[in-house]
Design a protein. Structure first.
Lengths: 546, 324
């Protein structure tokens, strides 16, 4: 199923949401980072992809409604609204302060509350368990009037202790509200500890099914799974739907993740630069299925997805632009049916302009063409086609190619730049070390021109080279042989993740050291760092803390 | 003042149901929500007339008022009704956060308030609702005294933006006002009878008790009582209370509600800050009520200090407190 998502832009905006939220919380000195982060993908997908809404006309009659019932996720919610354009991102700095429009818990906008809210906030939350019932009211009104608006309601798992949630569960199915979608942020942590200890919610899926809801379960940090679920529930009639989004509280900042202590605590302000760096350091792993044994792509996609790959890298080779031939759009079309994982198509073909539509139709989420294979004019044309399809456009550059300056003009419309670290055409080549300098140089140029997209390293990326390309600026790692070169794909991906962690922690530690808070940083992240102590050479630091 | 000269017996709930139907014919935006008490509250009349404009959410008061809030967010004018025993108490949080805070067009109209609900006993005798509702920012509180008041006030509720709480009584009673009387407004009270020696300020079913007491006081004690029907308790008619204090020098308040936080408290707040005079607050003391059969309702009221005789006694006592 083609999802028609601009995956990389969504990913970036959701990262922006986390960055804004943590800045707001740190500035306020209080707030809920845990819930803001567990729900970041959910709110991001709703505001940046799914919902019909208009930040410049928030009261647009045809808009979809978002009711944030677990309103303590306010910092993340405001950050999402700011990123969507409802308010200036700078206003996040007023969060929770006297006179702010960004109250501790969001307030429905009205003339009376214009100093404490802004247009776009539909619901005053804060007291748990109420929002789903309110959503029922909105959905009932829209349904009886024959209007198409849909209502999306974010509820929490701690919040589900409230009896009213289950009053609402009964009522929504009685009224057959197929225009209502609840999304459960199932992060398994509430204020006092883990939900299953405080008040067990499982078997949560069965509970909602027993209340006669259509239930879908997803990984709540996988953009594509949320999007896929949201479109599937749209086709259900006469029943409300709930998406159980399995999430990690505090996702994005490792020492906050899955830690009840960070339910409602602000990080120290001085940590903010390092936290922002961490959020920008996320590494996406993109296994390339042409590597390893040459057959059974289907199995390769499935196994990589199960092992936690972020993207599937698809090397399209036509035997002309590169000497080998791999597969084409028909193969992708077939693979698309088995998974919603983003397809990162790398077109190593001549005259890509003549073929791009095929790859759009096949259900690719990212399409990258080679700078060597098209003129600027052709690139602009291709770029337009890709953006029109609502997916992510990219450009790739070979080791021997000079970075063409015309690219600078188009950076706003480029979500990914592949900087080849081998000469493309064959699987299993060795990484060319010289390309590191080139990558660093290109990254510098891109940064100075305000490029917001991703850098992808492609060619010979494995456990030995990952950290180097990360340091040079790459955040998406195409891994061919490193994933498929030996049979245990799961372990191979785990090993790459481990190396990614080492790379990230090294970078953060350097930053902490420069900012004169090395031991403070190690202390707050101790549990994450102990397993990496040797690789990070911090055994002495850890000893000093004890 | 056009008072009812005939003894017209009617009940407030039926007036509520009928008025809703009349309003519903004119305004398609009006929606009702009920909680398994639509027959009792007479919102069923509305549902029978407009089958897809009444939603019954079952015995779930928190859901009742929150769904009402959602309907209001979507632009509807919503009447949410059930028994007074359960609506403000059971779902105060929802009323506060989902209705009052966002100032939504939800009109909470409850019935069976006060002791006169009778045989069901103290669990069902709501005597704290005025106090609770009055303290919520943005909430307005109305207590009509008869079916004419209800018929006049419901359209005002419907046309005035924001939340309202209106409490009705279960028993039928004699109309206070003539059928054609129409002088009602939010934040106003009506002088039912003028007088110069003391003012009786009451609401709901207690208005007729005040009138009875006033007649006896005039005839037998030569005390001239001004009688006020204070159907709007929040906002209260400050001017009317002030003039009562200035003109008559003493006030007795009578309500089928706790003496804590209700009409009496509202009146005292005005006099204390504007023109202090002796005020005696009559109501149910700091206690729960009890069961009584329909035929025993008058005795029940009397047992808890709410008969005409008690009013007379209170008036005489209060007058003694006045500065000579």
């Amino acid at each position: 199923m083609a999802l028609k998502m601009r995956y990389l832009e969504l990913n970036r905006k959701i990262r922006d949401v986390r960055m804004l939220a943590i800045q707001g919380i740190a500035e306020a000195g209080s707030g809920h980072p845990g819930a803001s982060f567990s729900a970041a993908e959910i709110m991001g997908v709703l505001y940046f992809h799914k919902m019909k809404h208009n930040p410049s006309n928030p009261l647009w009659e045809e808009r979809d409604y978002f009711v944030n019932s677990k309103a303590h996720s306010a910092p993340g919610f405001y950050a999402a609204l700011a990123t969507a354009g409802y308010i200036d991102t700078k206003e996040i700095k007023t969060l929770r302060k006297l006179g702010s429009r960004l109250q501790g818990h969001p307030v429905r906008y009205s003339e009376r509350q214009k100093d404490h809210s802004f247009p776009g906030i539909e619901y005053s939350g804060g007291s748990e368990g109420i929002g789903l019932s309110v959503s029922i009211g909105i959905a009932l009104a829209k349904k009886r009037d024959g209007q198409k608006n849909r209502v999306y309601t974010l509820i929490g798992d701690g919040e589900s202790n409230e009896g009213q949630i289950w009053e609402a569960a009964m009522a929504a199915s009685k009224f057959k509200l197929d225009n209502l979608v609840a999304i459960l942020d199932r992060n398994k942590i509430q204020q006092d500890g883990f939900t299953e200890e405080i008040m067990p919610l499982d078997p949560v899926r069965d509970k909602w099914a027993a209340f006669n809801w259509n239930v879908v379960e997803v990984n709540g940090h996988k953009i594509e799974q949320i999007i896929d679920a949201l479109s599937r529930v749209e086709r259900v009639e006469d029943k409300p739907s709930i998406i159980i989004a399995n999430t990690t509280k505090g996702k994005g900042i490792k020492h906050m993740a899955n830690n009840p202590q960070w339910h409602g605590k602000a990080p120290p302000k001085k940590h903010v630069p390092i936290l922002l760096e961490e959020l920008q350091s996320e590494i996406l792993i993109a296994p390339s299925i042409i590597a390893g044994e040459p057959e059974n792509y289907e199995e390769k996609v499935r196994r990589a997805e199960r092992a936690g790959a972020d993207l599937i890298h698809l090397d399209i080779m036509d035997g002309k632009f590169v000497p080998t031939t791999s597969f084409f759009a028909d193969t992708i079309k077939h693979l698309r049916k088995i998974s919603s994982i983003p397809f990162d198509a790398h077109l190593m073909i001549e005259k890509p302009i003549n073929h791009v539509e095929d790859y759009i139709d096949a259900g690719c989420d990212i399409i990258t063409v080679h700078v060597e294979a098209c003129s600027e004019a052709e690139f602009v044309e291709i770029n337009k086609m890709i953006l029109k399809a609502g997916i992510s456009p990219g450009i790739a550059i070979n080791p021997g190619t000079q970075f063409p300056s015309w690219i600078i003009e188009h950076l706003d419309n480029i979500d990914i730049m592949i900087i080849m670290s081998v000469n493309p055409g064959f699987a299993g080549q060795k990484f060319i070390p010289d390309t590191l300098d080139k990558m660093a140089e290109i990254v510098k140029t891109l940064k100075s021109n305000n490029y917001k997209g991703f850098i992808e390293a492609d060619g010979g990326i494995d456990a030995t080279t990952l950290q180097q390309v990360f340091d040079a600026g790459a955040r998406i790692m195409v891994a061919g042989n490193a994933v498929y070169g030996s049979p245990d794909i799961n372990s191979n991906i785990i090993q790459l993740r481990h190396k990614a962690n080492v790379a990230i922690e090294t970078k953060l530690l350097e930053l902490a050291t420069i900012n004169d808070m090395r031991s403070d940083w190690i202390k707050s992240r101790k549990n994450m760092l102990i397993p990496l102590a040797k690789e990070l050479s911090i055994e002495e630091d850890l000893h000093a803390i004890k | 003042m056009q008072l009812s000269d005939k003894n017209v017996i009617s009940d407030m709930r039926t007036a509520y149901g009928k008025t809703l139907v009349d309003l519903g014919l004119k305004d398609p935006n009006i929606i009702c929500v009920g909680a398994d008490t639509t027959d009792s509250l007479k919102t069923k009349m509305f549902g029978d007339k407009f089958p897809n404009r009444l939603y019954n959410v079952g015995i779930a008061e928190a859901n009742l008022v929150s769904i009402a809030a959602g309907l209001a967010i979507a632009g509807k004018v919503v009447f949410a009704s059930t028994y007074a025993a359960f609506l403000p108490g059971r779902c105060l949080d929802q009323i506060r956060n989902a209705i009052c805070y966002p100032f939504l067009d939800v009109k909470l109209v409850v019935s069976h308030a006060g002791l006169t609900v009778g045989p069901d006993g103290a669990s069902h005798q709501q005597i704290e609702d005025i106090s609770i509702m009055r303290s919520l920012p943005n909430m307005r509180v109305l207590v009509p005294s008869d079916s004419v008041s209800v018929r006049n006030l419901i359209p005002l509720l419907s046309n005035t933006p924001g939340p309202f709480f209106m409490r009705l009584a279960r028993p039928s009673n004699s109309n206070i006002y003539d059928d054609n009387f129409g002088q009602f407004d939010i934040g106003k009270g009506n002088v039912i009878r003028d007088g110069s020696d003391i003012t009786l300020i009451s609401c709901g079913l207690m208005v007729s008790k005040a009138i009875d007491a006033a007649l006896t006081l005039e005839k037998e004690y030569a005390v001239s009582c001004r009688v006020v029907d204070m159907y709007s308790i929040k906002p209260i008619d400050v001017e009317l209370v002030y003039h009562a204090a200035v003109d008559t020098g003493a006030i007795v308040t009578i309500e089928e509600h706790s003496t804590i936080g209700g009409l009496g408290s509202a009146v005292c707040e005005v006099t204390a800050e504007n023109h202090p005079v002796p005020v005696n607050r009559m109501g149910v003391g700091d206690t729960f009520g009890e069961s009584a059969r329909e035929t025993e309702i008058e005795s029940l009221l009397s047992k808890y200090g709410l008969s005409s005789d008690h009013i007379i006694e209170s008036v005489l006592k209060t007058r003694k407190r006045m500065k000579k």
